[in-house]
Design a protein around this ligand. Sequence first.
Ligand code: SAM
Length: 285
Amino acid sequence: MDKLEETKQLLKKYKIRANKSLGQNFLIDGNVIEQIITGSDISKEDLVIEIGPGLGTLTNELIQRAKKVIAIELDPKMITILQDRFSKEENFEIIFQDVLTCDLQQILKQEQEKTNYSSIKVVANLPYYITTPIMMKLLEEKLPLASITVMIQKEVAERLIAIPGTKNAGAITYSIYYYAKSGKILEVPNSCFIPEPEVTSEVIQLQIREKPAVKTKDPKVMFSIIKSAFMQRRKTLVNALVNTKVFINKEEAMKIFNQLGIEEKARAEEIPMETYAKMADLILS
Ligand code: SAM
């Protein structure tokens, strides 16, 4: 049975209407699912964490290809369907929680005691309304992940995987780059979902770095400078950093800019991450 027919039947059988406020757009394209699976490079040795399994369309494939799948879903209606579909599968576990508040460290620690896997990979068609907090949680909690392969809104994807120091970069670009190497896997048109989302989607992959991309005395200080720099991205960097009180005045800012070789007219997105790291170190010294 094709994925569209399967999805329609599941929605009918369980009397379900997609819940927009939970970002429910169900994938109905077998080709896209195959490309996500291939792109995520999962094997029978991997533990896969799926966020928002929904009706289980992607889950079904993940269960066939991975050593174990742990799926985290918030909607109780989906939990019933997933239990009916997969409770007989020994390598599947469902966690009925909000991904943003669940204790991922603890979940992975418990799993490590039960299953002998080689690496942990996140694979998901994310609920778009919470893309950034989910990504930041996965990265900042320093979980032992090998990679994160996710479908997200195209505009957001392009911001996340931009190269720091280029025009598409935003504050989030630097956060992603600090923790991971990133790239695009494929673009996915609206017609591959029901209901159709209002935006084009993109699957991206983050390969988690063994060591952060730059060295700095206190990453929190560096990220707070980056955040301030992008708060007023239409202004020059020097004005943005004075207005947000990173520097007391332009004179103090220009002293550090001169040491770092930053021009007075430079803008936040033109600055490579290494330079923000050095700026943080100079401010702290
Ligand atoms: N994986 C399915 C697919 O590809 O067809 C569904 C993806 S749908 C875009 C997003 C899923 O995330 C929905 O099942 C939704 O209920 C779930 N979800 C929304 N908010 C969540 C949260 N805070 N924690 C866990 N799951 C959530």
